[in-house]
Write a protein that binds this ligand. Sequence first.
Ligand code: NDP
Length: 331
Amino acid sequence: RISAASQSAATSAATASSFVPSEMKAWSYSEYGGVDVLKLETNVAVPEIGEDQVLIKVVAAALNPVDSKRRAGKFKATDSPLPTVPGYDVAGVVVKVGKQVKDLKEGDEVYADVSEKTLEGPKQFGSLGEYTAVEEKLVALKPKNIGFAEAASLPLAVETAYEGLERAAFSQGKSILVLGGAGGVGSLVIQLAKQVFGASKVAATASTPKLDLLKSLGVDLAIDYTKQNFEDLPDKFDLVFDTVGQGDRAVKALKEGGSAVVLTGPAEPPGFRFVITSTGETLKKLNPYLESGKLKAIVDPKGPFPFDKVHEAFSYLETGRATGKVVIYPT
Ligand code: NDP
């Protein structure tokens, strides 16, 4: 078990970067299942870093639906071995660097999606611990103007949004409909389409209480899915970005020659599915937009949840009603 002395040293490791304990606190599960399989352990080994990796002292983390699906055993066949410390999204401070690390140094404030491949061999020791080891190429410096909680909310969701728009060859002057515009990914697809890709028109779906949020993110047409079926509207789009699992309906809202990005559930041509690959390059590209305030992190107002409330945070995420991202902070 970790001693009180080494625990307080771990807490200050972010500033005095010389000391890293051998054990840490982390949320971990040893069998697949519901939220209850997740236990807060106090003596998990701090991950060793590879030559191309940095060790990050976690300051904030964020949850993604894939954490829940993975914990349920949905990706058993390609998962890393149990026990698992879940968590893809991290913001924190570099406390150790591997021999081949070129650009990062101790003390750097960074953020990342820690698993390059989301479903195939994701990190066994993810971001819901005090430390996590990450390849330098997945990491970017944290924009200076945003806090750790906001930074942690971004990587997996914004990289998914960006990769989806790129794969669909979305470009200036095109129109887009975002299904699930108030969610973690959808709220960022809206902003990227408008602010980065130069969309001519952005529409999005959400339930009644979330329509104002959609408008504040820049949508031209906010569709209340409790009152209207988007595919019955006269508006048709160059791209439909489906974060809900409505691939069959998505294709009915396309202009001729349009396409649909589908994140979950079956996709029907010309719609296509893909799984995000983590890369720090996307975060580096987007940092200027975050620094100028054109792109904003959307942290669910029910959070951030402190580290000891991870069960509550997952239960909330799993209602499917989150607004923006569910963040864990302070850790
Ligand atoms: P969230 O948990 O953030 O999504 C919650 C949001 O979905 C809520 O704001 C809710 O709004 C909205 N929503 C639910 N049902 C509907 C509906 N019928 N119409 C419109 N909005 C709806 O999830 P994420 O954004 O993080 O992820 C979305 C999905 O994409 C998940 O299944 C996830 O696993 C998957 N995903 C896949 C990736 C890939 O690489 N393939 C990468 C990232 C995510 P309201 O309360 O108004 O209903």
